[in-house]
Every structure is written in C-alpha cells, then in structure tokens.
Design a protein around this ligand. Structure first.
Ligand code: ZN
Length: 233
C-alpha cells in the first residue's frame, strides 16, 4: 500500500515537473514576440500623430477643462501629448502578460473566446474586454476613475494616469488594424522559430519611410462602410 502511494507521489511530482518545464518554455517562447506594431517606435508615433494631428483633444483641453496650453500643458513632469504617446509604449509592458490580450476575432460567435488561444496556456480575454476591464489598470473603465479623481482633487498624478490610459486604449485600437490581431494568430518569434507577421515586420522596417510620407489625403478603401456605394474616397 505504502509502495503504491509512494509511486503515485513520484508520478505526480514528475507530472508537475513536466508541466513546469512546459510553462517556462511557453512563457519563454512568448516573451520575445506577439506584439503588434513595434511599441518603441510605431505605437508611440501613431499616438503622437493622432494627438497632434486629426484629434480635437487640444481644443477640448483648452475650452472644456481649462488647460490653456492644451496638449502642451505640463502635468506631472510631462506634456499631455507625451503622456498619451507613452501610453502607446506602456500597453505592451510587460509584454508577456499584456500582449496576449491584444487580440479580437470579430467573426467569433462567442466573444468569451474571441481573444487569443494558445494551448496549453489557454484563452486570453479579447481586447474588447481588456480595454474595459477592471483588471486592467489603464483601461477605459479605470481611466474614468482617474479622471473623476483628477477633477475632484486637481491631482496631477491622476490627470497623468488619465492621459496615459487614453494612450494605452489607443494602442489597442491601433492593434485592431493589424490582420494578425483580428484572428487567432499568435505570430510568435523566438530564435529559429519565426511565425512573425509580414505586415508588422514591414511597418517596423519601413517606419522611417512612413514618417516621410506625411500625406494629407487619406483614401478610404471602397469596401469599407458606406464609401462602398457613395463613390467618395
Ligand atoms: Zn499590442
């Protein structure tokens, strides 16, 4: 009897050990990639361009909140646009816990499983849920708390967290424009294993050229929305 129990204990210890090795391997594998756009350059760039370009946030900050310098107001040692830009970077940090939550397959009939799935790590929540989750310190939901506290107390720290959160949610919106992030495609890369996404690689490689484009006219794909029939571009 004791012999049997001892053998069972040994089997369990070996199984636990195998599971640990597998988990460490998977974490290691995931650690190096799975990001969408490069967060150091591209996500920062997208956020900065959006805030300084087409967004009306500068006017709103001046007219509705009373920041006379708009996005150039210094809050907690950074300008507001810089907090939003840094949100684009921070949403991928730490990469191995946040990046797997940057996926959403809109064709999934059940949004509980519309995020990334990597056996044996399991399912990660869809980015739609992650963007609004109370488990995410920089979600849209939590950003409203920071904003509320900022308005009540005038705390620069709370304002800074509000603007950083906006930047982090913008990161998720940007990721949704990456084909590999709107399907169950982990596009991992580690060492000799390379299943990375050609589009993301292209954007990363050509980021300087993209910056040089600086175009004013955006042509909308006619297959998108009502532009399909209206003839407008
Ligand atoms: Zn991301």
């Amino acid at each position: 009897m004791w012999e049997l129990i001892e053998k069972m204990g040994m089997t369990m210890r070996i199984s636990t050990f195998k599971l640990m090795v597998l988990s460490i391997f998977c974490t290691f594998l995931f650690y190096n990639d799975g990001r969408a756009y490069d967060n150091t350059t591209t996500h920062r760039y997208i956020n900065e361009k959006a805030v300084k370009g087409i967004s009306t946030i500068d006017t709103v900050l001046q007219s509705a909140i009373g920041f006379d310098k708009g996005i150039y107001e210094i809050i907690n040692e950074k300008r507001i646009w810089e907090w939003i830009r840094e949100g684009g970077y921070e949403e991928d940090v730490p990469e191995y816990t946040r990046c797997p939550k940057h996926f959403h397959d809109p064709l999934s009939t059940n949004w509980d499983i519309a995020g990334l799935s990597i056996p044996p790590l399991g399912y990660f929540p869809s980015m739609i849920y992650w963007a609004q989750s109370s488990d995410n310190d920089y979600s849209w939901l939590i950003s409203r708390d920071y904003y509320y506290q900022a308005l009540l107390t005038g705390s620069e720290e709370q304002y800074a967290k509000t603007f950083r959160s906006i930047g982090q949610v913008m990161h998720l919106v940007s990721d949704a424009a990456v084909p590999a992030h709107v399907r169950n495609d982990a596009h991992l890369k580690k060492g000799f294993y390379d299943d990375s996404d050609p589009y993301e690689n292209w954007v990363k490689k050509e980021s300087l050229k993209i910056e040089a484009m600086e175009y004013d006219v955006v042509t909308i794909d006619r297959a998108i929305g009502s532009s399909q029939n209206s003839g407008h571009t």
